[in-house]
Design a protein around this ligand. Structure first.
Ligand code: ADP
Length: 301
């Protein structure tokens, strides 16, 4: 296969692992910096150019699109799709997952377990918003945050009100969410490839920290996800229309609750914690599924 890998940095662990694994299995891989791709948008003749050359003949494209370049990155990916190149994850699925509010709405529609969540732009009654999600303590998240940045635990009603007010004054949209105390600062990352959980790890926040993100000092260990957790992860992936994703789950008294579906999950944490060859599983998935023109938009928009 001839594979395009959209990544801004060839030195990243995930990029390196995917490139090395694909090459070792006999594939040709080109790493393209998504921001340097430019597109010709003409009727019936979509083109992508890179460093003065027309990109053609690709069988598959692996998007590794960072949150800060979602808009342009998904446009380039869509151009590949229009050229009939098979995407590991489709552009529309990535857009769904990147928008935390849209993702919550779609997951809720399918009846997937979620913490009680409220969203507001300019509420006249913040007290009522807080009451809606069960009162303090509660978690406030800015919509554009990643890796735990912009996720705040407000312990009291007063703290919750002032944090929400401050964000809204700054014109930052927020999600307000029930705090799942019994998760004890841990979550389960289920790595899904093609309707299966192929690896799972437990991430535990450092002492006194409710966020388990590795970027916030959390640690990761191998865990066996329960049948219920695996089923929730696969349903969440299907709802987004993602072939490959990391689904973050909180263990709550009422069962698994999905808090995030990550469309470009990192490989370093999961491969190190589980010892599994996740990159190999991803390339194998492409070998089985990548056919020219086999790009379909899964799920509802
Ligand atoms: P990000 O996308 O920035 O990682 P998350 O929504 O995944 O943001 O939240 C970061 C971390 O905070 C999660 O991994 C989890 O450990 C913790 N967390 C998030 N939401 C809740 C919640 N409602 N209750 C308890 N802990 C939470």
């Amino acid at each position: 296969m001839k594979i395009a890998l959209l990544s801004r940095n060839t030195k990243l662990y995930s990029t390196k692992r995917l490139v090395d694994t694909a090459r070792s299995r006999g594939h040709e891989v080109h790493v393209l910096d998504v921001l340097r791709c430019y597109m010709g948008i003409t009727s019936h003749n979509p083109e992508i150019h890179y460093k003065g050359k027309i990109m053609s003949g690709f069988d598959a494209v692996i998007p590794r699109i960072g949150a800060s370049v979602t808009f342009y990155g998904t446009a380039v990916l869509r151009q590949f799709e229009m050229m009939g190149v098979y995407p590991l994850n489709e552009s529309v699925a990535i857009s769904r997952a990147r928008d935390k509010l849209r993702a919550c709405q779609l997951l809720a529609r399918k009846g997937i377990g979620l913490p009680i969540t409220g969203f507001a732009n300019k509420p006249d009654d913040i007290e009522d918003l807080i009451k809606m999600v069960g009162g303090a303590p509660l978690v406030i998240k800015i919509l554009s945050g990643t890796q735990g940045v912009g996720v705040v635990l407000a312990e009291t009603q007063q703290a919750a009100e002032s944090v929400i007010e401050s964000f809204l004054d700054l014109k930052v949209s927020v999600l307000v969410q029930e705090y799942i105390r019994e998760a004890k600062g841990a979550d389960i990352r289920c790595f899904v490839v093609g309707e299966k959980v192929v690896a799972a790890m437990k991430r535990q926040g450092k002492e006194g920290e409710f966020r388990s993100n590795l970027h916030q000092g959390g640690t990761a260990t191998l865990v066996t996800a329960t049948r219920e957790e695996r089923a929730a992860a696969v349903r969440a992936a299907n709802t987004m229309g993602l072939n490959v994703c990391g689904v973050d789950i909180l263990r709550s008294n009422r069962g698994p609750l999905v808090i995030e579906v990550n469309s470009s999950p990192g490989l370093e944490g999961i491969e190190t914690a589980t010892g599994k060859d996740v990159a190999g599983t991803i390339i194998e998935f492409l070998e089985k599924n990548a056919r020219v023109g086999n790009t379909r938009t899964k799920g509802g928009r």
